[in-house]
Design a protein around this ligand. Structure first.
Ligand code: FES
Length: 543
């Protein structure tokens, strides 16, 4: 390695786990980012080593990065465990990367901190501000409705991702990096800094210095990750109108710390947490605006009475201390408490005879007329069935129809892809319809919107009630009473269940076989059963 005793003697070894890849545009700057972390480690008297890991690219991976979140978590844990490292810096940004790295590092029980990759700049098209994902879905529908030319669509593609960094709406990436900060796993303010801002490099170097100090202090994840920290993260998620995906990831991350997060905890916190951030897809602004408005610190500062602010964080100070003096610079983007956008967070946990173990809806980002809605179902048996028939002019669909997608869950798809924002049928798009009630056991992108009931558990592929729905069944969504039901008697449901047969499973090998045998349902975080924090993993034996 070309190293001598002066490089390592008496110095903590800090591993910089780098998820850089040329197939991951969100992490394109991570080679340079790692150099700034290294600089900080060296300044503080540590020995930095950069270690590459699997890169989960939301843009390109098929069928979904969610299939591979647990693989990256396992790789993170085992790389840390089997190498001689005293501390770890995690570099992540794109959606699943953040939870995967934190899950693995938590299980490895070594001092770590997280460096968020930062959001990209605002999109721009002909002077109009574009938001990642959200405007892609919006203009794709306009194109399908015949209102946007191919040329204009290509211009939008060019203008919607103007720099490196992760999606700059409050989608899954922004939500999860903000979760990491609220949990106390980043330096204060780190998650809001745009990827191309020079403050981002300064934060990276400071994180390197902090990692050395934390290695000397032997600051283990169990000292940071407490039930109160996860409570704080859920409060933040509701106040920013965060991604529904955060629910699954938070359950999985807490599971690694030995903490149970029942779905009802999300609903309870949502009901009493005001929405303060006016960020797309539920609002108007983007992460660059959020940073200029002060970022996450002043937003959390507005919520002290709802938080447990005396929890420790990785910089040695409590959350309360880290929030002291934070100011809102633009009250349009970050609302003061007395001018909240809404009194509630806007995410609800539903139960009913269609989802005995829960389902999720982000009602803040849908047309209000669907808060209570009953309509007849049109059922698609899987994604291929949906793709083949959704635009069929003969499909008997009206704006009141409830679109149902089966076999899109953790086992059924597999991997629970972001298919939950089912496309509006073309003939309704042409008639001006932009939202409908849709139900699935899939997830949806954090940049998506609409009356989409997601994460239905248990999923249809393992015999959940969603598998029993047929065309024409009446389905009722009632957000106020947190219900999702199909109008069928228990006897009829039982009769259908007795006739139900699982679809023949295709032969799987390798990682997909492991995934299907071990993945848990959405309400359990979709982690692997054997990775829960039930017993400590012994260190590898030395022979
Ligand atoms: Fe990476 Fe959206 S594609 S965060």
């Amino acid at each position: 390695m070309g190293l001598g005793p002066a490089d390592w003697q008496g110095k903590p070894v800090i591993a910089i786990l780098n998820t850089w890849s040329e197939l991951n545009p969100c992490h394109l700057h991570f080679k340079i980012l790692a150099e700034h972390v290294k600089k900080g480690v060296l300044q503080a008297g540590g020995m930095p080593v950069e270690v590459p890991l699997l890169s989960l690219s939301e843009s390109y991976m098929k069928p979904t990065t969610m299939l591979y979140r647990n693989l990256l978590a396992m790789e993170t844990e085992e790389v840390i465990r089997c190498q001689p490292v005293d501390g770890v810096v995690l570099l992540g940004a794109c959606d699943k990367t953040t939870p995967a790295l934190i899950m693995g590092a938590t299980s490895a029980e070594v001092p770590f901190l997280f460096v968020p990759g930062g959001p990209m700049l605002r999109g721009n098209w002909r002077g109009e501000v574009l938001g990642s994902g959200s405007d892609a879905w919006k203009y794709w529908d306009e194109k399908r409705a015949g209102r946007l030319s191919e040329e204009a669509w290509c211009e939008i593609e060019d203008g919607i991702a103007r720099s490196h960094g992760h999606c700059m709406t409050m989608g899954t990436a922004s939500t999860m990096t903000a979760v990491a900060e609220t949990l106390g796993l980043t330096l204060p303010g780190a998650s809001s800094i745009p990827a191309v801002d020079m403050a981002h490099w300064r934060m990276a170097a400071e994180s390197g210095r902090q990692a050395v100090e934390n290695a000397w202090r032997d600051l283990r994840p169990a000292q940071i990750l407490r039930p109160e920290s996860f409570h704080n993260a859920i409060v933040m998620d509701m106040a920013v109108g965060g991604s529904t995906n955060a629910i699954i990831h938070l359950v999985a991350m807490a599971g690694r710390a030995g903490i149970a997060l029942p779905l009802e905890q999300f609903d309870e916190i949502s009901r009493r947490t005001p929405r303060l951030a006016d960020l797309r897809p539920a609002g108007r602004f983007l992460m660059e605006d959020f940073y200029y408005a002060g970022g996450l610190r002043p937003l959390l500062g507005q919520l002290l009475d709802l938080l447990n602010p005396d929890v420790p964080t990785v910089n040695g100070h409590t959350l309360r201390e880290n929030l002291a003096g934070a100011e809102i610079f633009n009250p349009e983007v970050i609302r003061p408490r007395d001018k909240a956008i809404a009194a509630e967070g806007g995410t609800a946990i539903l139960r009913g005879n269609l989802a005995p173990r829960g389902a999720v809806i982000k009602y803040a980002a849908m047309e209000p007329r669907f808060m209570q809605h009953t309509g007849p179902a049109i059922v698609f048996q899987d994604y291929n069935d949906l793709a083949a028939r959704i635009d069929d002019p003969a499909l008997p669909v009206t704006p009141d129809t409830v679109l149902v997608l089966q076999n899109a869950g953790p086992v059924g798809a597999p991997g629970m892809p972001e298919w939950g924002m089912l496309p509006i049928p073309k003939k309704l798009l042409e008639a001006g319809v932009r939202d409908m009630v849709r139900i699935s056991d899939a997830r949806m992108s954090g940049t998506s919107y609409g009356a989409c009931v997601l994460h239905v558990a248990p999923e249809s592929a393992i015999g959940g009630p969603l598998a029993l729905v047929r065309d024409g069944d009446l389905i009722t969504l009632d957000v106020a009473s947190r219900r999702i039901d199909v109008k069928l008697s228990d006897a009829e449901l039982e009769a259908r269940r007795a006739r139900w047969k699982p679809r023949p499973a295709p032969t799987r090998r390798g990682y997909q076989s492991l995934f299907l045998n071990a993945v848990t349902q959405a309400d359990e975080g979709c982690d692997f059963r054997f990775l829960h924090a039930e017993s400590p993993t012994p260190q590898p034996e030395i022979h």
